[in-house]
Unconditional design. Structure first.
Length: 257
């Protein structure tokens, strides 16, 4: 732990659950929240070794960690994941819905099964995890839900009808929950990354997205997972308690709303 971490632990005593936390953006989010003092529930679908590696990094930062495996798109799993996180870490204050599947296929070749798989993890998973978490977020008096969207939900792209539809749905879901939960002390916001330098050699990602070959940033480079995590950290922080129902674009100027 460095000197800055010892003086800026603004989330001490709080607990965050991060889905899809075993790699890339999810890992960076978990570590950023841990740096701020939050205990972290690291949720992954199946890769226990990778999730446990992140847990060790969290603990090296002086924060508590628990690894939970399950399918966020399964109702019973979502309830179990949230319940175990709150039971093992004592409470739940922050939910980050990061789990997603990002594949590509021309619309004529896109099966309904593939469509439903992407929608179920990205959109249904956010719904199920949020619904399960809300009682815990309300009981703490300072709850926060942060959804992780995506650039193409606003720009469109080829061969990503299922991914774009799911991510665009998260935008509407964020606004709907902000209306319902704001009066009860829970903020709900969305971080939308674009052109982030991540390792996509993974079965669920399908490799490098085709639209990356035509999309350019104004700053002349791709972003990092840590820069996305910084945006999540803002929404989780005390200065953001008056911010809800909003989208923060982290894309280097590739999209200007």
């Amino acid at each position: 732990m460095n000197a800055d971490q010892t003086t800026r632990r603004e989330l001490d005593g709080q607990v965050a659950l991060v889905t899809g936390a075993s790699r890339n953006i999810g890992r960076a989010i978990a570590l950023a929240l841990a740096d701020a003092g939050a205990g972290i529930a690291i949720v992954a679908r199946a890769d226990q070794a990778a999730a446990e590696a992140v847990a060790r990094e969290v603990e090296q930062r002086g924060s508590r960690a628990v690894v939970l495996l399950g399918d966020v798109a399964n109702e019973a799993d979502a309830d179990r994941l949230v319940g175990h996180a709150a039971a093992q870490l004592g409470r739940l204050d922050i939910l980050v819905n990061n789990a997603a599947i990002r594949r590509e296929a021309p619309i004529e070749a896109l099966s309904f099964e593939d469509w439903r798989e992407v929608m179920s993890v990205t959109l249904d998973g956010a719904f199920l995890m949020s619904r399960a978490a809300i009682p815990h977020l309300l009981s703490g008096g300072r709850g926060t839900i942060i959804n992780i969207g995506g650039l193409t939900a606003y720009t469109g792209a080829v061969h990503r009808a299922h991914v774009i539809s799911a991510k665009a749905g998260l935008d509407g879901f964020t606004k709907a929950l902000a209306h319902e939960l704001g009066p009860r002390g829970v903020t709900v916001n969305l971080v939308s990354p674009g052109m982030i330098d991540t390792n996509r050699v993974h079965a669920s990602s399908g490799g490098e997205p085709a639209h990356h070959n035509t999309t350019r940033t104004l700053v002349g480079r791709r972003g990092t997972p840590e820069e996305v995590a910084a945006a999540v950290m803002y929404f989780a922080s005390e200065p953001a308690r008056f911010v809800t129902g909003q989208t923060l674009h982290v894309n280097g100027g590739a999209f200007l709303p």
